[in-house]
Design a protein around this ligand. Structure first.
Ligand SMILES: Nc1ncnc2c1ncn2[C@@H]1O[C@H](COP(=O)(O)OP(=O)(O)OP(=O)(O)O)[C@@H](O)[C@H]1O
Length: 336
């Protein structure tokens, strides 16, 4: 697919390729030529099994790649500026103020030695340096209230270990919001939480997004979460986008057999867990992908054609594309 960066996009990722070095071998391509836009106020979900490249995509955008990971190709335009060409210092300036990230395990990002109020105040200090201590503390309490923490004045004095997982995640969101970012990347933010707390955090992110117009990239392996939060969905498999659609179209009219497989494996209130139908086999080792369509060894539709070459991400309908030569053919065997 040719992807033209759109003028109105907050973020425009074009042909992004991210690689890691491998000892004595060719670099490993973990994110393989992906393109997508995030508009202001839009929630874009990236969904896929573990190892599909979701987190490396978000780390590429944030400029937080580790272990020698590099962007080998493509551009990441934030409000029209190419982040790939910026210095580390310029990228650091954007983090927090323009774009923030929240992670699955807030304990690893919070400082266990500092009180909640000190950590939020530090985030504020970077972005609003000329604030009196009193004004700053008022803002800390306001942020804690914004993320619906009860007894904000008391909780502000707590250390992270005194909080539940859900409360810690709220504190992380408050820190992320301190700089009033235009873009929030949430990487599996609710995975470690129980179902009720998960629903509350999702509602909070959605509410902040509609109130402040924050663009959100929401990363998850759980398709059922996507239905609750996203406007648009990218399905990733082995480093590539295999389907892209509005959330409504994806659930109403899925086109890629991998997306359909994820749906069959998705628990709902009606399905009993013993009736779930997981996708057979495992996601491929990214350093040793199968030839052709990387999903073909697990695909109920696969024919020899699927081994020949990897299909393009072809448009199906408006704003709906799929990387499959048998799109929309359901989980039944393909008739040749
Ligand atoms: N430092 C690294 N060196 C080599 N390969 C790496 C490195 N970090 C990640 N990878 C590979 O990149 C692939 C994608 O990882 P990524 O963390 O983006 O997946 P993910 O879809 O976010 O899954 P998860 O939910 O498990 O984090 C994985 O197959 C992983 O093995």
């Amino acid at each position: 697919m040719t992807h033209d960066s759109h003028q109105d996009a907050l973020l425009s990722v074009n042909h992004l390729v991210t690689q890691f070095p491998a000892k004595g071998k060719k670099n490993i391509t973990v994110v393989d030529d992906i393109s997508f836009d995030v508009k202001p106020g839009e929630i874009v979900a990236i969904v896929g099994e573990s190892g599909s490249g979701k987190s490396i995509t978000s780390q590429s955008i944030m400029g937080l790649l580790k272990s020698g990971g590099t962007i080998a190709n493509g551009e990441i335009l934030y409000q029209g500026h190419n982040l790939v060409e910026m210095s580390k210092k310029e990228r650091r300036k954007l983090r927090g103020k323009e774009m923030s990230m929240i992670f699955q395990e807030p304990m690893s990002s919070l400082n266990p030695m500092l009180r909640v109020k000190t950590q939020i105040a530090e985030a504020l200090k970077i972005h609003v340096p000329k604030q009196s201590p009193k004004e700053r503390m008022e803002k800390v309490i306001e942020l804690l209230k914004q993320v619906e923490i009860p007894n904000a004045e008391t909780v502000a004095t707590y250390f992270p270990h005194q909080l539940s997982g859900g409360m810690r995640q709220r504190v992380m969101i408050a820190i992320a919001l301190a700089g009033e970012p235009n873009l929030l990347i949430a990487d599996e933010p609710t995975t470690a939480l129980d179902v009720t707390t998960q629903a509350q955090i999702l509602a909070l992110i959605k509410d902040l997004n509609s109130r402040n117009g924050t663009g959100v990239i929401f990363i998850t392996h759980d398709l059922s979460v996507v239905a609750d939060i996203a406007d648009r969905v990218l399905v990733m498999y082995a480093g590539k986008i295999v389907e892209e659609a509005t959330v409504y179209d994806l659930f109403e009219n899925p086109q890629h057999p991998y997306t359909m497989g994820l749906m069959k494996a998705m628990p709902t209130l009606e399905t009993q867990s013993d009736l779930l139908d997981p996708i057979p086999g495992n996601a491929p080792d990214i350093a040793n992908k199968p030839k052709g369509c990387p999903f073909h060894p697990r695909c109920p539709l696969a024919t020899e054609k699927c081994v020949e070459k990897i299909p393009e991400l072809n448009p199906i309908l408006n704003d709906h594309s799929a990387r499959c030569i048998y799109p929309g053919k359901g989980g039944n065997n393909h008739e040749q």
